[in-house]
Design a protein around this ligand. Structure first.
Ligand code: SF4
Length: 314
């Protein structure tokens, strides 16, 4: 067992039935998240990023494959056996307003998970814990009895983070946690997440459609297209020399004023094309790409799922 790794998936799949067809939201995903680090997930809307995040921590049930957390296969643990692991994995939502109960005070919102897991014995102890968590995320203690609507978007996200760290998790899935915020507030929240990671040894799976955000916070990134991973590697290397044609497209789109356009037929997740899922839009596609599914394999210090990765590297 590699103790550096907090979470690992093998051939993870999540399919949904949509009007008698199967939607391949997550298809054969193999990834690892190292302790105390951030794995960023990028890809366009609908590529399966959020479903991947939810499946990883069993908010939704995997169709097949394996999820190992801290060396334990948690894929098919019964709910009561999964309990101790559930509290070690938390989720930060895109829209904190929607995830915070408007009828509850901040004290009660942050106290809720502590109460559920019976971690405090008295009301005073609970209030002390909540105040300490609020201090950790930069919410003044005089706001303890305010309601969610009395806070700004950034403050609400801080409260969501306080709630997520209340149970001392090892892994947090952050699903577009700053995309609803202004740029200056985004930076504050990203810096807070980094600080908490440093202080608490947290690992993050950080999902975003915004490559600059992912670049700032991630040690490694993986790129998803139509439910599959295209490329996974160290952030600086992937950004400076992307290998998969789809990664190249995404990164070029952030570099040039005039955005490049993807041409070709947009494939459907309920009827994905055979071979490489990107072949209908890829300028480098060959006959082999239309036939054979490219598997992730090591190329130039990262993993790439492209038949022509070596050629493109030269
Ligand atoms: Fe393009 Fe072929 Fe590589 Fe897919 S496998 S990204 S179609 S070159």
């Amino acid at each position: 067992m590699n103790t550096d790794i907090i979470l690992e998936t093998k051939n993870l799949k999540k399919y949904f039935k949509v009007k008698k067809k199967m939607l391949h939201a997550v298809d054969d995903v193999n990834l690892t998240i190292r302790r105390g680090t951030t794995l960023g997930v990028v890809g366009e809307s609908g590529c399966g990023k959020s479903t991947l995040g939810r499946t990883l921590i069993r908010l939704i049930k995997a169709t097949s494959g394996e999820i190992t957390f801290g060396g334990v296969d948690i894929t098919s643990l019964r709910e009561k056996d999964f309990g101790p692991y559930r509290r070690r994995m938390q989720f930060i939502f895109q829209d904190p307003y929607a995830s915070l109960d408007p009828r509850m005070t901040v004290r009660d919102i942050v106290a809720e998970p502590l109460k559920t897991h019976k971690l405090c014995h008295t009301r005073e102890e609970m209030t002390e814990r909540v105040l300490s968590l609020l201090r950790d995320v930069g919410i003044p203690e005089e706001f303890l009895f305010r309601y969610p609507h009395q806070f700004s978007g950034g403050q609400r996200q801080r409260i969501g983070i306080a709630r997520a760290i209340a149970l001392d998790p090892a892994l947090i899935v952050c699903d577009e946690p700053v995309s609803a915020l202004d740029v200056s507030v985004q930076n504050q929240i990203l810096n807070l997440l980094r600080q908490l990671q440093h202080e608490r040894g947290l690992s993050y799976l950080f999902i975003s459609h915004d490559l600059s955000v992912v670049r700032f916070i991630s040690d490694r990134i993986c790129v998803m297209f139509l439910g599959r991973l295209c490329e996974i590697g160290r952030t600086a290397e992937v950004y400076s020399a992307p290998l998969h044609p789809y990664t190249r497209f995404l990164i070029n789109a952030t570099r040039f004023e005039e955005k490049p356009l993807l041409t070709g037929e947009l494939p459907s997740p309920t009827d994905p094309p055979p071979g490489c899922r990107f072949h209908t839009r890829c300028p480098y596609a060959t006959e082999c790409c239309r036939r054979e599914v490219p598997q992730l394999r090591p190329v130039a210090g990262r993993l790439v799922a492209c038949h022509r990765a070596e050629e493109l590297h030269r």
